[in-house]
Write a protein that binds this ligand. Sequence first.
Ligand SMILES: C[S@@+](CC[C@H](N)C(=O)[O-])C[C@H]1O[C@@H](n2cnc3c(N)ncnc32)[C@H](O)[C@@H]1O
Length: 227
Amino acid sequence: MPRNSPSNAPRDPESRVMEKAYAHWAPVYDALCGPIFVNGRRAAAKAARQVGGQILEIGVGTGLSFDDYDASTEITGIDISEPMIARARLRAASGRYPFVKGLAVMDAQELRFAEASFDCVVGQFVITLVADPERVLSECARVVKPGGQIILVNHLYSERGLAAAFERLLAQKARTFGLRPEFPFARLADWAARHGGAELIERRKVKPFGVYTLVRFRRIEQQRVAA
Ligand SMILES: C[S@@+](CC[C@H](N)C(=O)[O-])C[C@H]1O[C@@H](n2cnc3c(N)ncnc32)[C@H](O)[C@@H]1O
């Protein structure tokens, strides 16, 4: 359960942009984004089910992913947007997802959970949106148990060619809509190299179209970090 922390703590301006953007998105999110992200969501949840146990979903949104989990897991979801979490709560209240154990409004940059609380942390289409992705990754590494995993799925920046040029153009206006299409994979890999407590164990394109990338990190056991 979340550690005590003032819920009215001042938020950084980027987080306020997200809150505002997703207050607008919430009523139409399932219809618009549900089908677009479905393959990525399923791939990430499948990887998380293989870890099993206590799973934290950061940026859980309206809880579309609940359909992709089962009773082998216990899901806690957090999101910075109250209207998105309100929808996730409604979905959970249907009774179809008894494995959803908690939903809270929370900034992924400042998780109110104790160290090593979860077997797995999942971020579906969120890491590219937060103001400080490295801080979010470090928070994920803090709350995941040694040997546990951090699983991310996202569209990652093409880095080269025509697609990269198009994405850079799109990026100029996308932020106000709660999007950030110019996020490179290297940023995730660099974080792991600097952090030292998490190792990259998988990076793969999600089938069938390969638009999204699934990335998995494993929290290194304490004795291996020290070695
Ligand atoms: C594109 S939606 C993805 C929602 C869900 N994961 C899915 O795949 O349907 C991104 C979500 O991340 C949330 N978000 C953005 N910044 C956040 C932050 N700093 N902490 C927690 N959630 C955040 C947004 O409110 C939104 O619900």
